[in-house]
Design a protein around this ligand. Structure first.
Ligand SMILES: NC(=O)C1=CN([C@@H]2O[C@H](COP(=O)(O)OP(=O)(O)OC[C@H]3O[C@@H](n4cnc5c(N)ncnc54)[C@H](OP(=O)(O)O)[C@@H]3O)[C@@H](O)[C@H]2O)C=CC1
Ligand SMILES: N[C@@H](CC=O)C(=O)O
Ligand code: NA
Length: 369
């Protein structure tokens, strides 16, 4: 008989909610014993760690006296609780919190595996990257983070397979942001015309759950830079931090110093329409050359060069023709020669991102049992 696995989930936003729905439908799902959002935590009472929290109906169940309720717990407290469960434990981090990500080594050293779509930890200073994987080895714990690049698309697993089987990856390039893909595909489509205003499309991307919790993290290019940092590291480059290469920002300079608080987000979204003419000019410049503008990234492995920013593309190119929030990621390798291995599909959205998290969870459970 397989041994029980205990699950702690932090973050119940767009991705977290879709993840819980998928978890509820899994046969042999691990037992959900902790569920946290920013100010509340729901726990299965220790020492039995039973009853578990029903993933499909956690909101209703949170009123039940059989579950323990608490305010926000510190990461160390969550780690201690999960490490004391009567079986192996997994943390699923569905937040974008850098402070929680910086605590992954604490979890991993205690033998708690980590599954997450949160890019922050894997793209922070290289010392954290090294600490995460050294701590996983020390605690015999697992780390899965497929949805940190290309949402649920098999991007990291593909790159890891290429590297592990001895192929030589020479270049990785494409569209790595679901939000920026949606913005440019809608604002400046390759076929047909659009009179959409840039700020209105940004608001739509936020509404659809494509953006980061703070949409400025998409517009300033940092989200793409973080993804390229992760890919470059897996490809073998020691990228020291996510801003160690030039990143083109689409944030108007006048709005760059707004606070990073919830109020700062509101002010940014309110004032963005004042700058629609700037993005219209960028679109027109491309149009005059018979092209469209897109936000792309590339990693030249031999030259150790990472680039992130706007580029003009012919209207009949694959990148210009992307639809919706699609990403396209091309891997150029020695084996694949001149025709790259290409991964393409939706690169943002709760359901597709949660699919990557749930698939990672299934892999972790299979290896832990
Ligand atoms: N959305 C997408 O398309 C994709 C997202 N991702 C990544 O997935 C993660 C989640 O994104 P998304 O669901 O869109 O974000 P949301 O803003 O919708 O949800 C974030 C959740 O995290 C909770 N949270 C934040 N900080 C903490 C904390 N310190 N402790 C406990 N809970 C916390 C929030 O709590 P509260 O409910 O109380 O506010 C909220 O429930 C991010 O890292 C993002 O980069 C990756 C690929 C695609
Ligand atoms: N905000 C991100 C979400 C996925 O990583 C994006 O738009 O790509
Ligand atoms: Na992915």
């Amino acid at each position: 008989m397989s041994s029980p696995i205990f699950l702690g989930v932090v973050g119940v936003g767009g991705v977290g909610t879709a993840f819980l729905q998928q978890l509820a439908r899994l046969p042999n799902a691990p037992q959900l014993v902790l569920l946290a959002r920013s100010s509340q935590t729901l726990l299965a009472p220790a020492p039995a760690y039973s009853p578990a929290i029903p993933a499909a109906d956690w909101a209703t169940a949170s009123a039940a006296p059989s579950l323990t309720k608490s305010g926000a717990l510190k990461a160390e407290e969550i780690a201690t609780y999960l490490a004391s469960a009567p079986g192996r434990a997994i943390l699923v981090d569905n937040t974008s919190d850098i402070n929680l990500a910086r605590q992954y080594p604490t979890f991993l050293k205690k033998g708690i595996s980590v599954v997450t779509p949160n890019k922050k930890g894997f793209s922070d200073d290289i010392s954290l990257w090294k600490d995460i994987f050294a701590s996983a080895a020390q605690g015999k714990a697992l780390v899965y983070h497929e949805s940190t690049v290309g949402a649920g698309l098999p991007v990291l697993s593909t790159l890891k397979d290429l590297v592990a089987t001895g192929d030589e990856v020479t270049r990785i390039e494409g569209v790595f942001s679901g939000t920026l893909s949606f913005l440019f595909n809608t604002f400046a489509p390759a076929s047909g015309a659009s009179d959409a205003q840039w700020s209105a499309v940004v608001a739509q991307a936020k509404e659809l759950g494509y953006t980061e919790p703070d949409p400025r993290d998409d517009l300033n290019g940092m989200d793409v830079a973080r993804k390229l940092t992760i890919l470059a590291r897996i490809a073998g480059l020691e990228v020291s931090k996510p801003d160690s290469f030039p990143i083109e920002s689409l944030i108007p300079s006048e709005l760059a110093s707004l606070p990073s608080s919830a109020d700062g987000i509101t002010q940014f979204m309110t004032r963005l329409p004042d700058f629609d003419a700037e993005m219209a000019k960028v679109k027109d410049t491309a149009e005059k050359q018979g092209k469209v503008v897109r936000y792309v990234g590339s990693i030249d492995v031999a030259a150790k060069a990472v680039k992130v920013g706007l580029q003009y593309f012919d209207k009949d190119s694959a990148i210009a023709g992307l639809k919706g929030s699609d990403n396209i990621i091309s891997f150029y390798t020695k084996r694949y020669g001149a025709n790259p291995l290409i991964v393409q599909g939706a690169g943002a959205g709760g359901d597709v991102t949660a699919m990557g998290v749930t698939a990672d969870l299934i892999k972790a459970v299979e290896r832990l049992q």
